[in-house]
Design a protein. Structure first.
Length: 249
């Protein structure tokens, strides 16, 4: 099924019957993705007294509660409220959900024990393209990204210069397949977060960072229509389901 979307005075045709879901779910049937030194999420049936409320146990409904942290356990989208004293809500600041996005694949550079994405790499990948969102897939791109415990592994991250470049280029929505755009242990500097949201200047309240995505290897680099769907939590971050649609040439 095809749909024509008018985006910034440009008519874009996409096949909406072929969505590319790049989110990682909370999945208790296997090892769940995790980071930031906390326990795994839980999905379990509520109880009434000693009775477990589930159809398998004789109840008329399944009635599960879920305990999780969006930053640790699932694809999530966050706003500047993640790092400010006042907890701004991503649900209130993200007002639009359809964007023109560029998928780029990058092999992080290395220095010592660190792996990182530099400004130079992003400049080469994005060139002079005008996009609202960038989707960064890092290599190697193995399926274990969807179930890895990243705590104490020093994952790759964005250099501050790279975040500044994206901000100055007008990228409003940054999506990446890592637990954070910043170094796991950086003494609380959060250089990339602060640079992208411009916390030392005119704060970009409508800009978002989405972490813990997974872009399948079958998805080619290039231009896509992005539907950035979020759960309606009044919080600095919320679980999200970014979906890409290939644009017909």
């Amino acid at each position: 099924m095809k749909a024509v979307v008018e985006y910034n005075s440009r008519k874009i045709t996409v096949n909406i019957s072929e969505p590319i879901d790049i989110s990682i779910p909370i999945d208790m049937s296997k090892n769940n993705v995790n980071a930031w030194y906390i326990d795994d999420p839980e999905i379990k049936a509520e109880t009434s007294g000693d009775f477990e409320i589930s159809v398998a146990n004789g109840a008329v409904v399944n009635f599960n509660s879920i305990q999780f942290n969006p930053h640790s356990h699932v694809t999530h989208t966050e706003c500047v409220g993640h790092i400010t004293e006042k907890v701004h809500s991503v649900n209130k600041n993200l007002k639009y959900f359809i964007f023109l996005a560029e998928v780029v694949t990058i092999v992080p550079e290395s220095k010592g024990e660190d792996f990182f994405i530099s400004e130079k790499q992003l400049k080469i990948a994005l060139k002079n393209k005008k996009r609202d969102a960038v989707v960064i897939r890092t290599l190697p791109n193995l399926p274990d990204k969807k179930s890895m415990n990243y705590s104490n592994t020093n994952p790759p991250y964005l250099l501050e210069e790279a975040a500044i470049y994206l901000r100055d280029k007008g990228i409003k929505h940054l999506l990446i397949d890592l637990p954070s755009v910043d170094k796991e242990k950086d003494d609380g500097k959060l250089l990339a977060h602060n640079a992208f949201w411009n916390t030392s200047g005119d704060i970009r309240f409508n800009a978002t960072i989405t972490e813990f995505i997974y872009v399948p290897n079958s998805v080619e680099d290039g231009e896509y229509l992005l539907n950035l769907m979020i759960a309606p939590f009044e919080n600095d971050a919320t679980p999200s389901k970014p979906v890409l649609y290939q644009i017909e040439k």
